[in-house]
Write a protein that binds this ligand. Structure first.
Ligand SMILES: Nc1ncnc2c1ncn2[C@@H]1O[C@H](COP(=O)(O)OP(=O)(O)OP(=O)(O)O)[C@@H](O)[C@H]1O
Length: 762
């Protein structure tokens, strides 16, 4: 061995030892913090009794310490992953949380990756060093330092680097080459410059992140959530952050990323999961979902609501107090016009309709009795009796019923007549037939935006609930005033000169604080409240949402503080987006910002070359993202007759499983084929699962449709029957593009028919 080599090895060993000492010191600090927090939590939980205020304070402390402990456990793995050496001679370590030295004026021992000081770790390049001389990436396993990678940021070093300008290239490539587990991992140690700029972009306004497959859009979206919560915690902890994903399997796939970054207060949901009390697990054809997603459904639903505001053809006669009583068309029409003119939602305007009708019916009864003989009190009595009469009430209910969104939508979709009336101007007969269904059918994800829209159009007559809430608020205010009074008396005795409590806190504010100290987080409260508005909304696979789903999300975010990530070349849903402009113009006109991600971290160059042909076949200006690596595996094709798929695929799958070792394999196929051969395949292969449940992703082999695989990735992918995937939908090429780009290492295509022309290059 040469002397130079020996010297290098010695220096490396010394550096590792020094880093290990530092890391051990940090973990000792972490352990001490954990112990202290556990102790405080125990003390809080042990305390009992006391005033309502003391109890509230205890609840707050319990939550605070519990959150802190969760955060401290989440950072255990990979707590410190980098170091920056500045030109000034200063050195600091970067990690998943901030740690300080209380004994030395709170000197930072570890800088949180989200803090401004950590930014150069992600952004400094040889060309723009920002005072950084060297960046070090630490490779650790649990509490042990295994190795490190140094980048010396001078121009000579830059010339040797790759043309993609990657930071910490060796560490990054090691991460990207690792086997997949069925759960997404955070990327905090290797965030790249173009990603960092998006993660740390300001919070106001709508930011669209367009990027091809594997460019890290999902990763960026989740790290941005963590960054925003860190930077704008005060603002966001009250209203919460919503992250929307395309389906429950995807949510499960990304579910661990935020907790691993120490954030637990984010609501993860599908757009179909945003209506409390509704579980939308029903299935329907892509075309039915497309029709339900059209913007014109707003008018259809408004017409369906108007259809529930009837007047008699001529008159209805009923008996009241042994005499005939008439509800005639003219009176009912007048009452209906007044109610509609109020512009209130149906269930609230109903009260106006009824008031009008009861007044008219009161006069009818009074006329019969002789109106001249009656005074105001008599008329009030008649009005009251009419209101208490079940027959009269029922007759009015038939004209203008109180109705829930669920009842109205079920009635509408199950009745050819109602559907015909509401959709007359908007749908043709075929489209109407697509919507018809049997009563009580399980709700589908595309029904949810319709229910949400109806909830707005119908409103809830919550007068009683509101009165109760106001009563409770008055009590809280009175209590807070009492608290202030007592505190003030104490202060007056203590020190006349001091600033008084009431100078900085008034009773209403104090009452508000008591209210906001319910032991639920904003995310938990938001999940139960349809009308909750979020501080920030992040939408992943945003290209998939229908115009109706966008209305739901925009209602949840009136501030329009949003991050939308997606790829219009991957749109699979028929009601999904072709352009970001079309999606956003109705809400913010041109006031949105587009940023692009251009580097593909997932799909190796060999596979991207195939996918590029598919992309260029689509009518799009989008460019193929550049892969950061090659895998050394050539994608392959194999022809199998249709009737041989069920019998021959198992052997192929077993071979492929052998290749991926402890990694993950996905077999992607058209929905009908999956329904046909999926169960037999799963039965004959103990390692395979049909991806119906979210945790099926963790099995070594999972059988999925392309739609289900959206946003996911696997070490190896077999695409079965690409011709049907292309032919099956107007967006068939997009689906094929998605299918081909799911693999991190290996790709095989199995085709019963001729290969589609776009794949002939394989
Ligand atoms: N800076 C990075 N460091 C390490 N891994 C990264 C980085 N950026 C992205 N990745 C990895 O690349 C893979 C693809 O990322 P991600 O799923 O976020 O891409 P995407 O743009 O959402 O893809 P798609 O559009 O296909 O859903 C993931 O495994 C992710 O962890």
């Amino acid at each position: 061995m040469s002397n130079a080599r020996v010297d290098r090895d010695t220096v490396r060993a010394q550096e590792i030892t020094a880093e290990q000492q530092y890391l051990s010191m940090l973990y000792a600090k972490l352990d001490a913090l954990r112990q202290e927090t556990t102790q405080r939590l125990k003390e809080t939980l042990r305390a009992s009794g006391g005033t309502p205020q003391a109890r509230t304070e205890r609840d707050i402390s319990t939550r605070m310490y519990t959150d802190k402990l969760t955060q401290l456990s989440a950072v255990e793995h990979g707590m410190c992953f980098g170091r920056l050496d500045l030109d000034s001679g200063e050195t600091f370590h970067v990690g998943r949380l901030g740690l300080f030295d209380e004994d030395h004026e709170y000197e930072p021992l570890l800088v949180d990756w989200r803090a401004p000081a950590a930014r150069p770790f992600y952004l400094a390049t040889a060309a723009a060093r920002d005072g950084v001389g060297r960046r070090r990436h630490l490779r650790t396993s649990w509490r042990k330092v295994l190795d490190y990678e140094d980048e010396v940021l001078d121009l000579d070093a830059a010339e040797q680097g790759s043309d993609l300008g990657l930071a910490g290239e060796a560490t990054l490539l090691a991460r990207l080459d690792a086997r997949r587990t069925g759960q997404m991992q955070d990327i905090v140690a290797t965030i790249q410059g173009e990603q960092d700029r998006i993660i740390r972009a300001g919070m106001n306004g709508v930011l669209v992140v367009q990027g091809g497959p594997g460019t890290g859009k999902t990763a960026v979206a989740l790290h941005r959530a963590a960054y925003l919560l860190y930077t704008f915690r005060e603002q966001l902890s009250k209203r919460g952050v919503l992250v929307v994903g395309p389906n429950p399997t995807f949510l499960r796939y990304i579910g661990q990323v935020l907790p691993s970054l120490g954030e637990t207060g984010v609501l993860l949901s599908t757009a179909g999961g945003l209506y409390p009390g509704i579980t939308a697990t029903g299935e329907e054809s892509a075309r039915t979902a497309e029709i339900k997603g059209r913007a014109s459904m707003v008018d259809v639903l408004a017409a369906a609501v108007r259809d529930r505001q009837q007047v008699p053809a001529d008159y209805t006669e009923l008996t009241f107090d042994h005499e005939a009583l008439r509800i005639d068309r003219r009176t009912a029409t007048q009452a209906r016009t007044r109610a509609r003119r109020s512009r209130r939602p149906h269930n609230l305007a109903r009260r106006i309709f009824r008031n009008e009708m009861f007044s008219a019916l009161t006069l009818q009864v009074a006329d019969r009795l002789g109106r001249d003989l009656l005074d105001r009190r008599d008329l009030d009595d008649i009005n009251r009796e009419l209101r208490a009469d079940a027959v009269v009430s029922k007759a009015l209910d038939e004209l203008w019923p109180e109705i829930t969104p669920q009842e109205l939508l079920d009635d509408l979709l199950c009745s050819p007549e109602r559907l015909a009336t509401a959709t007359r101007k908007h749908l043709d007969d075929d489209e109407r037939d697509e919507l018809l269904r049997l009563p009580g059918t399980t709700w589908t994800p595309a029904d949810v935006p319709l229910l949400d829209e109806l909830a707005e159009l119908l409103g809830a007559d919550d007068a009683q609930e509101r009165a109760e809430r106001e009563h409770q608020q008055r009590e809280e205010l009175a209590y807070a005033q009492g608290v202030l009074h007592i505190m003030e008396q104490d202060e007056e005795l203590a020190d006349e000169e001091r600033l008084r409590v009431s100078d900085v806190l008034d009773a209403e504010l104090l009452a508000e604080r008591f209210r906001s100290t319910s032991d639920l987080t904003a995310a938990e409260r938001a999940a139960e409240d349809r009308t909750w508005t979020f501080g920030h909304v992040i939408v992943d696979e945003a290209q998939e949402l229908s115009p109706m789903a966008w209305r739901v999300l925009m209602r949840r975010c009136p501030s329009r503080s949003m991050t939308l990530v997606g790829d219009v070349a991957q749109t699979g849903a028929l009601a999904g987006a072709n352009s970001w402009h079309d999606v956003l113009h109705p809400y913010v006109q041109d006031r949105w910002k587009l940023v692009e991600l251009t580097i593909n971290y997932r799909t190796p160059a060999e596979i991207m070359a195939i996918a590029a042909d598919v992309l260029s076949e689509m009518d799009t200006d989008l460019v193929v993202p550049r892969s950061v690596r090659t895998s050394g595996h050539r994608p392959w094709t194999r022809r199998l007759p249709s009737d041989g798929l069920a019998t021959e695929l198992p052997a192929m799958i077993i071979d492929e499983l052998h290749e991926v070792g402890d990694g993950r394999l996905a077999v992607l196929m058209p929905p009908e084929l999956l329904a046909g051969i999926g169960p037999r395949l799963a039965e004959s292969l103990p390692d395979a699962a049909i991806g119906t449940r979210p945790d099926d992703l963790e099995s070594p082999c999972v059988l999925l449709t392309v739609d289900q695989a959206k946003g996911l990735e696997f070490d190896s992918v077999l695409v079965v029957d690409p011709a049907t995937i292309v032919a099956e939908s107007e967006r068939g090429l997009n689906d094929l593009y998605v299918a081909l780009t799911r693999a991190t290492q290996r790709l095989g295509v199995v085709h019963p028919d001729e290969l589609p022309a776009v794949l002939r290059g394989m």
